[in-house]
Every structure is written in C-alpha cells, then in structure tokens.
Design a protein around this ligand. Structure first.
Ligand code: PBG
Length: 337
C-alpha cells in the first residue's frame, strides 16, 4: 500500500474499536463527586412549584428541599448550592431577607444542614438579587446605580448569617469589587475561618441566565452590565482571577460554562486552586427544550456537555442535572454512555 506520512503504519482508529477500549483510553471521566446541585427554595409554599422556563426543576418547599438533599447524598455528589426565594412582600431596597436569620435562605441552610450534617457540602449563593425589590445584586445609590462599597457591607453581614445558619461554603456571585476580601474578613471576625469561599470569579453578563430569572422570581428591569463581565473579554477574567486569589478565594468559578470553555481552560491553566464551572439555566433549558421536541438525544447531549466542561479544566461542575447524572454514573458505564 502507498505510504502517506505514517499511514498505513499508524491507525488511530485502533483505539476506538470497542466500548471497553474507548473507556480505557478516555482522558476525561465524570464522577459523582464532581457535581454540585443548585437548588431553589421558596418561602410560604406547601407544594413544590414547577419552573416553567426550566422543565424538571422546581422551587422547593422546605420539606421537598430536604428530600432533594438526601437524594444528593445517596447519589454521591459533593454539594448543594442553595438559592432562597422570599415572599415578594418581604423584598426591599437593601434585600433585608438576605440578612434576616429567619430569611428563607437561612432557614433552608439550617434545615439542610440538620438533614445531611457533613455528608454533603452545604453552599449558599451570596448575592442580593433574590431579596431586593429592584432585582439588582447590590444596593443602589441616589442615582439608581449599584453602589459597590455600600453593597460590600451587606455582603459581609450576609456571609455571617449564612455561616451561622450552617453553610460550609459561601458563593459570592454579585461581582462587586473587593467582595472576596470583605467576606473573608467578616467570616474571620466571627471566628469562622473554617467556612470556605467558592468565588464566582469570572461571571459574564449572559443571556443564558434568562430561565433563572423566573426561577428566583426576579424583579430585575434592565441588565447587570455595570458589574458582570462583557462576553467579548478574556484578559479581564484573568485579572478578576488574580484579584480574587489575592483577596482569599479558596475555589474559583467560571460562569456560564458552555459558551466560555476557552476562558475556563485559561483559568484552569493558570491557578493552583480548585476550579469550578456553572452550567447555567439557559444551558440546561436549551437541551431540555430540544429534547422535548425530539431534536436531540437528551441523555447523550447532557453527558457530552458535561464531559466538555470537565475536559476544558473544571474540577467541579454546578449543574441542574447533578443528581440524575450521578445516579446514572453509579449504575455503571452502560447507563452513562
Ligand atoms: C446571582 C446569580 C444568578 C445565577 C446564579 N447566581 C443570576 C444572575 O446573575 O443574573 C444564574 C444561575 C443560572 O442561570 O442558572 N444571584
């Protein structure tokens, strides 16, 4: 046979012949411990409320959240990231439910922590957007702009009440300058050096958050472009990363995941702390919607997306499919192919 370069001596297809061969040479493996489940809990409801924009995801009641946490433990995932949805009437300009020890997020943290102990990492979203009547991630100044430094004071207090309520890990997601340093200080001041910070370090202003806004009944009008990053930039992400590490982030996150795999790879290459990625609501709903129409093989598409995110450099992945995927992985390779 004619020689073309190293062909026919070299044939990469030999390593793709059978499922076991492909499994052996796979460079990326998903494991239940990779995953963190984001979960919503809504105040004052007696039944879980389906989220129309995220088929299969609900706003939990206190009870159904506890069940979801136990299922997560059974499935062997690592964490649950909680978002509280307070009663509308309780939202105000400064996001009072976020610092009220009886606010829904704090109540849920106590519930879940009592249920799972240390079997699952209990994490809390640390941001004001779920609790403010204007829907922004911070408090506003007289001109209606998000006031960075006044917001930091609110975040410091939130970190303390979330730690008191049982969070192992807090997840600051508001993209205020200086938030990691201020939160670390606030935790240390109350003797909670043990509480870790998973920083939403690289967070883009994304259209893919759309479905989430219904999930938390957001009151936002306008956008978050003065604090979340411009999708056009990558150097800016490396700058945010350096700052968060200096300020004391224990783990860093890139969000969204799918449209930003290049950013994720750059971040993962340049740090020595664990790197997480958040596969957000829009990434979830796109696949669910296409699957519902019969346009895509749902289960295969989910695994491919998650494998891509891990391959790009994420050690941990926040995904609304966390429990389901972990259950499948535990059933063995056939169920997860
Ligand atoms: C802010 C926050 C958001 C998400 C997680 N934390 C919304 C936003 O920044 O607009 C989005 C998560 C998702 O879309 O799945 N508290």
């Amino acid at each position: 046979m004619t020689k073309y370069g190293s062909f026919p001596g070299t044939r990469p297809r030999r390593l793709r012949t059978t499922p076991v061969m492909r499994r052996m040479v796979a460079e990326t493996r998903l494991h239940p411990a990779d995953f963190i489940l984001p979960a919503f809990v809504r105040e004052g409801v007696s039944e879980p409320v389906p989220i129309a924009t995220m088929p299969g995801v609900v706003q939990h009641t206190r009870d159904s959240l506890k069940k979801a946490a136990l299922e997560a433990v059974e499935a062997g995932i690592s964490g649950i990231m909680l978002f509280g949805v307070p009663e509308d009437a309780k939202k105000d300009a400064v996001g009072t439910p976020g610092t009220d020890p009886d606010g829904i997020l704090q109540v849920a943290l106590r519930d879940v922590r009592a249920e799972v102990g240390d079997e699952l990492l209990v994490m809390s979203d640390l941001c004001l957007d779920e609790t403010t009547d204007h829907g922004h991630c911070g408090v506003l100044d007289a001109e209606g702009r998000v006031d960075n430094d006044a917001t930091l004071e609110r975040y410091a207090e939130m970190a303390q009440v979330q730690a008191d309520a049982g969070a192992h890990v807090v997840g600051p997601s508001g993209m205020m300058d200086g938030q990691i340093g201020v939160i670390r200080d606030a935790l240390d001041q109350i003797g909670r050096e043990d509480v870790a910070i998973l920083a939403y370090t690289v967070k883009y202003s994304s259209a893919f958050y759309g479905p989430f806004r219904e999930a938390v009944a957001s009151s936002l009008k306008g956008d978050r472009k003065t604090y979340q990053q411009d999708p056009a930039n990558v150097r800016e992400s490396l700058r945010e990363l350096a700052l968060d590490l200096e300020e004391g982030a224990d783990m860093v996150m890139v969000k969204p995941a799918g449209p930003y795999l290049d950013v994720l790879a750059r971040v993962a290459d340049s740090v020595d702390v664990p790197v997480a990625a958040y596969q957000i609501s829009g990434e979830y709903s796109m696949i669910e919607a296409a699957a519902e129409k019969g346009w895509i093989d749902r289960d295969k598409a989910i695994l491919e997306m998650l494998t891509g995110i891990k391959r790009a450099g994420a050690q941990n992945i926040l995904t609304y499919w966390a429990t389901e995927v972990a259950q499948k992985l535990r059933q063995g390779p056939a169920a997860a192919q």
